[in-house]
Design a protein around this ligand. Structure first.
Ligand code: UD1
Ligand code: CA
Length: 458
């Protein structure tokens, strides 16, 4: 199969009015990735080495987005939306390059799995000219029905063009098709628009091919994998299905999820075996976790790297560039951004570490923070190996604390501290014996005098 060349043509010209959005429908995200990018990924996984994206509505935005998620894809603009066959023909220049297999897919069907596409390609390899991926939705209303005769697929009839009898058929067109590259343009050029909607239907190539005696086949995919997204309720439904699949995969790969339905992954989350994830954890894009980490409840991650045997949370926030080395600890109500927490270092309570390095084995006390920003620029804080930063200290960057340096609690540190030094950056304490009693008496008599004066006013 790998010798067979394959082009995927992904239709994404539609407006998606039911999303009620300024953003083109297929750019709405599932697991942090535009839904059309999921389609591209599935096509690639099924061996489509080339991609053609048919765009129309929001073309500039689509091109810009595509340059990120599918930099090699060619884009084709369908100026007028005259139907799915017309849309595929917008990519005529790509199709005519001569591929063995053409996969036609919809940009709004993000859950399609590569297996369904691979099965369809295998049918082409066996000699089929057209393969329709079918499915059995709980309610077939609105879908094209697969019309079979003598065990052969002879047509796909759109709902609006179906007879009452045909409407009873439960086996429907999921929307995806595989077409032999050698036949594709001839078949597509033969499609007309004499139907209830006056559109050029891609599905008509089934009847045309079958009429020419070509081999036409239907395969079956799961309802879930063929779910098309038209509104935000369906978007949420697809997200739910995607998350459920990913959680299952994570658990089978050795990750413990105590309450799987409360853990959210991104399309690119990497998480190693023997990691334990407590309830209510959010993995935003760009998170990598090695093995044996403990992720406590209510933690939020984005662009963070967590090495083996780290412990994070509860209620921790790791932002882009957080880089935790082996056995590092980031505890409750801590935020880490663009900072390395080296081996065995501890940032355990109520701290902000941004634009910094915390050396191996260092300990950052409760409430200590790096003051990394002056309102205009960001500055770096370097904390040496084995340093101890006392509670509620402010490290005003740029500043460095030497190896094994010791910062007294409550210090405001504005000057660098050498190795093994102790630094105080706070006012010295003054204690006056008996003064509290005197103070109380003074305050009490002042309050009594005020009350008396108010009474005299009446
Ligand atoms: C299509 C199928 C139907 C199938 C259903 C599955 C046809 C004729 N019908 O119907 O058999 O059961 O999908 O969901 O193919 N598009 C363009 N340009 C156009 C028209 C459509 O890019 O001119 C894109 C749309 O943006 C969309 C996709 O093609 O992503 C499908 O078009 P849509 O109009 O939604 O087709 P359905 O009526 O749902
Ligand atoms: Ca549709």
């Amino acid at each position: 199969m790998s010798q067979r060349s394959c082009l995927s043509v992904i239709l994404a010209a539609g407006e998606g009015t039911r999303m009620k959005s300024a953003l083109p429908k297929v750019l709405h995200q599932i697991a942090g990735l535009p839904m059309v990018a999921h389609v591209v990924k599935a096509a690639e996984a099924a061996g489509a080495g080339s991609q053609a994206l048919v765009i129309g509505h929001g073309a500039d935005e689509m091109r810009k987005a595509a340059s990120k998620f599918a930099p090699k894809a060619e884009t084709f603009v369908q100026e007028k939306r005259l139907g799915t066959a017309h849309a595929v023909l917008a990519a005529r220049d790509a199709i005519s390059k001569g591929y063995n297999d053409i996969l036609v897919m919809f940009g709004d069907t993000p859950l399609i799995d590569a297996d369904a596409l691979t099965v369809a390609r295998l049918k082409l390899a066996e000699g089929a000219a057209v393969v329709v991926i079918g499915f059995r939705p709980p309610n077939p209303t609105g879908y094209g029905r697969l019309i079979e005769k003598g065990g052969k697929l002879i047509a796909v009839r759109e709902e609006k063009d179906c007879s009452a009898e045909e409407r009873k058929i439960g086996f429907c067109n999921a929307g995806m098709m595989a077409v032999a590259g050698s036949q594709a343009l001839t078949l597509l050029d033969a499609v007309g628009n004499k139907n209830a909607k006056g559109e050029y239907y891609l599905t008509d190539i089934v009847e045309i091919a079958s009429g020419q005696g070509l081999d036409v086949v239907a395969t079956e995919a799961s309802f879930e994998s063929a779910l098309g997204i038209n509104n935000r309720a369906e978007l949420a439904q697809a997200e739910g299905i995607w998350q459920a699949r990913r959680r299952h995969e994570a658990m089978l790969s050795g990750v413990t999820l105590i309450a799987p339905e409360t853990v959210y992954f991104s399309h690119d989350t990497e998480i190693g075996a023997d990691t334990i994830v407590e309830p209510n954890v959010w993995f935003g894009p760009g998170v990598k976790i090695a093995t044996g980490a403990k992720i406590h409840a209510f933690s939020h991650f984005e662009g963070a790297t967590i090495a083996s045997n780290c412990e994070v949370g509860p209620f921790a926030r790791l932002r882009p560039g957080a880089d935790l080395r082996n056995k590092a600890k980031v505890g409750n109500f801590c935020e880490v951004k663009k900072a390395t927490i080296e081996e065995g270092a501890k940032v355990n309570h109520l701290t902000y570490i941004g634009d910094a390095r915390v050396g191996a084995g260092a300990n950052i006390g409760a409430g200590a923070i790096t003051c990394n920003y002056d309102g205009y620029s960001k500055f770096f804080t370097d904390i040496g190996e084995g340093a101890f930063v006392g509670s509620n200290s402010s490290l005003v960057a740029p500043v460095s604390i030497g190896k094994r340096g010791y910062i007294a609690s409550g210090s405001v540190i504005t000057e660098s501290v050498p190795d093994d030094a102790l630094a105080f950056g706070r006012a010295r304490q003054k204690t006056i014996p008996g003064k509290a009693k005197e103070l109380r008496e003074r305050f009490a008599s002042a309050a009594a005098a005020k009350k008396k004066a108010a009474g005299a006013d009446h």
